[in-house]
Design a protein around this ligand. Structure first.
Ligand code: FO1
Length: 330
């Protein structure tokens, strides 16, 4: 295990979608400014209205800045849809609901991409503009596209997720371009400094797997001498949000936290299980924190994050056989 100085504690979270953004917000609140890096899924990115949309990056940024729509978890608070309504009148596509405030982000990002800036730099500019102390890093600057193989044929991710509301039966997933995509230098630096890796309660198949599929990311994470833990996205057989439980059943698996543990396999040193599934603790086999994982407000996000940091300290101790240097949460 690394022996990090208390003042240098650096947490790297892997996230995509609303569940990941919620825990990232809790971790940001629980850690000193600048000690959290979030590596975000970009497999959901797509072109729409001629613009480059990065839904998971925007969800993470809006949540970390506290300007997200609290009902959906994605998009902006106090949003209006004048442009969307006008697009409808002009026969444009409106199944993907882009609000007016959100549109400014897509316009600016697309403008910067056309100027040749990498997505990492654009994302850094956006998070600094919103005053976010956390580093938000795209998993790659190279294009990776999640392609969903279903009983109705292949669907680009947002067509499956939003347009078809995840109705087609999942057969398999491909992360097109992941083998050629490179890990950005900023991600490599964050991993080299990391004292703890947290796989957020995001959809393992749609949000975390694309990140793990970039080049040799999974092997790199596995080789890091720091605790790596995952937080369950499944509680009492259900996904708190999104299609994870439905997808598990369609893939012939149980919709259970144990399926998540199995799925991540030897990547994990520990697991965070919801208290409603406490009966499964022994079956997890890994060191397990059993707690309330449901994040409904700012306080519950921060409480869960602090419990995870305390659990990570005991985990680091168990793994090294020595007292942990992972400092006390402030
Ligand atoms: N999700 C929906 O279910 N319907 C939408 O119309 C929609 C629009 C949208 C616009 C901007 C944005 O950043 C996200 C948006 N999302 C929408 C969420 C997004 O499709 C998914 O949450 C992620 O791609 C999955 O993590």
């Amino acid at each position: 295990m690394n022996s990090p100085r208390t003042d240098a504690l650096h947490v790297v979270a892997l996230a995509g979608g609303v569940g990941g953004a919620k825990l990232a917000t809790g971790l940001q609140a629980a850690l000193p400014p600048g000690r959290l890096t979030v590596i975000v899924n970009t497999g959901d990115d797509f072109e729409h209205w001629g613009l480059h949309i990065c839904p998971d990056i925007d969800t993470v940024i809006y949540n970390l800045a506290g300007i997200h729509n609290p009902e959906t978890g994605w998009g902006r608070a106090d949003e209006s849809f004048t442009v969307l309504n006008e697009m409808e009148k002009l026969g444009g596509e409106v199944w993907f609901r882009i609000g007016d405030r959100d549109l400014a982000t897509h316009l600016r990002r697309t403008e910067w991409l056309r100027q040749g800036l990498p997505l990492t730099e654009i994302t850094a500019r956006l998070r600094r503009m919103w005053g976010i102390p956390t580093q938000v890093l795209p998993m790659s600057d190279d294009p990776v596209h999640t392609l969903v193989h279903t009983d109705e044929g292949d669907l680009p991710f947002q067509h499956y997720f939003v347009r078809r509301q995840c109705e087609p039966i999942l057969v398999d997933l491909t992360f097109v371009g992941a083998d050629k995509a490179r890990i950005p230098a900023s991600v490599e630096e964050a991993l080299a400094q990391a004292d703890l890796i947290v796989l957020c309660p995001s959809n393992p198949y749609l949000s975390i797997d694309p990140i793990l599929s970039v080049a040799d990311m999974r092997q790199r994470l596995r080789a890091l001498p720091v605790p790596k833990l995952a937080v369950t996205p499944i509680v009492a057989g259900q996904a708190l949000k999104g299609p994870a439980a439905k997808m598990m059943r369609e893939l012939g698996e149980m919709s259970s936290p144990l399926t998540v543990v199995d799925h991540y396999g030897d990547l994990l040193d520990g697991f965070v299980l919801d208290e409603r599934d406490a009966a499964l603790e022994e079956a997890v086999v890994l060191p397990t924190l059993v707690t309330d994982t449901i994040m409904t407000d700012t306080a519950s996000k921060e409480r869960l994050a602090r419990e995870i940091l305390a659990f990570a300290r005991t985990l680091a101790q168990e793994l090294s056989g020595q007292p942990s240097d992972l400092g006390e949460a402030p």
